[in-house]
Design a protein around this ligand. Sequence first.
Ligand SMILES: [Zn+2]
Length: 391
Amino acid sequence: METVRIYRLNNIPQSVKARIREAQMEAARVWNDCCQIHREARQSGSRWPNRDDLQKAAKGRYALHSQTIQMICHAFLANVDTTRQVKKNNPKMRYPYKTKRFYPLYWPEQAVSIQAGRVVLPMGRGRKSIVLKVDLPKNAGACKIVWNNGYELHVAIPVEIEKTIGEAKATVDLGQIHQAAVVTNTGHAVVVSGRGIRSIKRYRDKELGKLARMQARCQKGSRRWRKLQKAKNELAVKTSRQIRDLRHKGTRKVIDFCKEQGVTTLYIGNPDGVRTNRCGRKHNQRMSQWEYGKDISYLKHKAKAAGIESFTGTERGTSSRCPVCGHHQKPKGRTWQCRKCGFVGHRDVVGATNMHRIAYGEKIEFPSKITYLRPGKTRNVVVAATRAKVV
Ligand SMILES: [Zn+2]
């Protein structure tokens, strides 16, 4: 299996930046031409272009490596395929139609050449290759150059699937205050705090609001307006990277715990449905910013690499039932207090405990040992960065 590693390309020379930009515009032209060919075929009712047709039409016409062009054609056809599938249920869905200005650059594994301390990305015969000073591992594969408020190099790296020994089962309850609560049927539980992520988000929202209010007083497009816009973008990407980092670290803690406990099957409760409830402006914003889909996909990816089988399913009703007597009540606050038998326990751990019944059809005891973890350190680097820009 593969994993993607991201390298920020902060210190590349201006000339290389200009070439990447130019190449990305060229790639966008390939995409736009694919769109055009496809649109014509659709409107004239003739056969839709396939891989060979698109590649034949594109051959030798662009200042890119031939495999880069091929990858764009494939991506386009994959997009058309997905649209056709989605269109069955949602007729409003449109085939690719937007004219793109930029498109990421791809190189499949066989086009990339890795040398000591640098990577060479070919641009086609007769053109200078893009050479980046990035120290990639020897086994690195396909590369992609993406714009994400600055260029990034995304590299596919093969990882070996580990073997986890044991037959324990675990469930995960995802949350916001606690990113994840894991309960195994061996009587252990881990709670990973999500407070770090929450505080970064809160800080970001407040600062973005401030900047937006300042911007509202400027004329749109003025120098100060642009300056504020830049500060907004920088704050947004910086915080999103911090959040992503914590999210990865938190899910890593979950999987490490599972490995240690000999867990081989993992059930991830899917909070769909919780999110659609309307509960006021503040809560709604919090809910809409909760990226549990990412948590699920990170957990699945990491579980797979660790040799743990994972699956998702509903978590309906798990947080409102007492794990001891089965009494049904609406939980209040962070600790679950049963009004019937007097049981007291951690709210998210209760959810994960009850999930065992849905996932594996067995009722387990409330865990006797709960470990609390933080995903990682949260550093306050953002504060200084924005202060300097705006004041
Ligand atoms: Zn009870």
